[in-house]
Design a protein around this ligand. Structure first.
Ligand code: ATP
Ligand code: MG
Length: 173
């Protein structure tokens, strides 16, 4: 799976709509402190289903919505779109959150469950916890990881994490 485009509106510091073409070979994002590099990575993870406030560096789910600055009022929603391509087929995944109304997902314009988005990315060996998304301090954490955690990372990289999601799902029924 290739991620071809990331589009953000109202997400953290990206108050105005921003469109990023992700060309093959992109391996890092550089820029001055506070310019939004980590926010970009968090936008990818959040759209893939990340819900942990801690890993999104907030106190609650709505903290991903632009909170306002001295000169600009806060927004009441955040929306992020990821355009993916697998074997020439493009798929757009969108997650949107509104103040007081929670968050929702769409795949190619259809309303879907969080689980559908998790499966889409798990089957393509990526996702919110993918080791392909390396944020600050993560290199050290991978080296220091417990063997079981490192195994989970390798399984995700090998593309079999989706099987586990389905097994848990089947066992719960
Ligand atoms: P560094 O090089 O220090 O790691 P960075 O480029 O990773 O910086 P980010 O952490 O992505 O920067 O962005 C931080 C900026 O995002 C801060 O200015 C912070 O105020 C802003 N920010 C975070 N959440 C929100 C929000 N909900 N609303 C408005 N601004 C936000
Ligand atoms: Mg950062």
């Amino acid at each position: 799976m290739q991620i071809k485009r990331l589009r953000l509106a109202g997400f953290k510091s990206f108050v105005d709509p921003a469109d990023l073409a992700i060309e093959p070979g992109l391996t890092g994002v550089v820029g001055p402190n506070g310019c939004g590099k980590s926010n970009l990575l968090e936008a990818l993870r959040w759209t893939m289903g990340e819900n942990s406030a801690k890993s999104l560096r907030g106190a609650g789910m709505e903290d991903v919505i632009f909170a306002g600055t001295a000169t600009r009022p806060p927004r009441d929603f955040a929306e992020v779109s990821i355009l993916t391509e697998v074997d020439g087929d493009e798929t757009e995944v969108v997650r949107r959150i509104e103040r007081g109304a929670g968050s929702a997902y769409r795949i190619d314009g259809r309303d879907v469950r969080a689980k559908d988005v998790a499966l889409l990315f798990a089957d393509s060996a990526t996702g919110a916890h993918s080791p392909a998304l390396v944020s600050q301090n993560r290199i050290g954490a991978i080296i220091a990881a417990k063997p079981t955690d490192r195994r989970a990372m390798l399984e995700e990289a090998a593309g079999i994490a989706g099987l586990h999601v389905r097994r848990r799902d089947a066992e719960a029924k």
